[in-house]
Design a protein around this ligand. Structure first.
Ligand code: FES
Length: 192
């Protein structure tokens, strides 16, 4: 299917009131679909790329992928839910991945997890109300010599204690609130 066709599936007179002008919300995925759509066995790759682009797989996004790859939505959903790497809800600005592998477990990862849950006031798999942090337990992160370990987005933090983990999270919280305050100031300057 051509790129142009993907830009918009609604034809004029489709009854949705869009007049054929509404932009495709998944346009960034088009080059990937162009490349992979007709290659058998590439559904997982497409889902991975889609998650990289949009952060998680919404129902609309999976429906779109199904349409473009001529696959049933049931199959796309079935494949996506089979693999733990895929997420179906938006994640926070910071994705906190707490390792619960054997080495980390032996070295106190559960205590760290409890402290982190207390501090963020969420449980495993949840996102804080301010949208800043999502907490996920993961298996071995591959740096057991640093256990217990957590990753936040692309950064790795090792030899964690309860206090160290909280300190790291508190710092990120402060960075985020300074960014928000900075934006508010800029907005204020633009308005005045
Ligand atoms: S068990 Fe945690 S990094 Fe390997």
């Amino acid at each position: 299917m051509s790129h142009e066709t993907r830009e918009h599936h609604h034809e004029h007179g489709c009854g949705c009131g869009c007049q054929g002008e509404r932009a495709n919300p998944f346009a960034e995925l088009s080059p990937i679909l162009d490349h992979y759509a007709d290659i058998p066995g590439s559904l997982i790759t497409i889902l991975q790329k889609a998650q990289e682009l949009y952060g998680f797989l919404s129902v609309e996004l999976m429906r779109y992928i199904a349409l473009e790859t001529h696959t049933s939505i049931a199959k796309v959903y079935g494949v996506a839910t089979f693999y733990t790497q895929f997420r179906f809800k938006p994640v926070g600005k910071y994705l906190v991945m707490l390792c619960q592998g054997t080495a980390c477990h032996v070295n106190g990862s559960k205590l760290v997890e409890e402290a982190v849950m207390d501090f963020l006031e969420i449980k495993e798999g949840e996102t804080t109300a301010d949208g800043l942090f999502t907490l996920n337990n993961v298996a071995c992160l591959g740096c057991c010599s640093l256990s217990p370990v957590m990753m936040i987005n692309d950064d790795t933090y090792g030899q964690l204690t309860k206090d160290k983990a909280i300190h790291i999270l508190a710092e990120l919280k402060e960075v985020a609130s300074n960014e928000t305050a900075g934006l508010a100031t800029i907005e204020q300057e633009v308005i005045t």
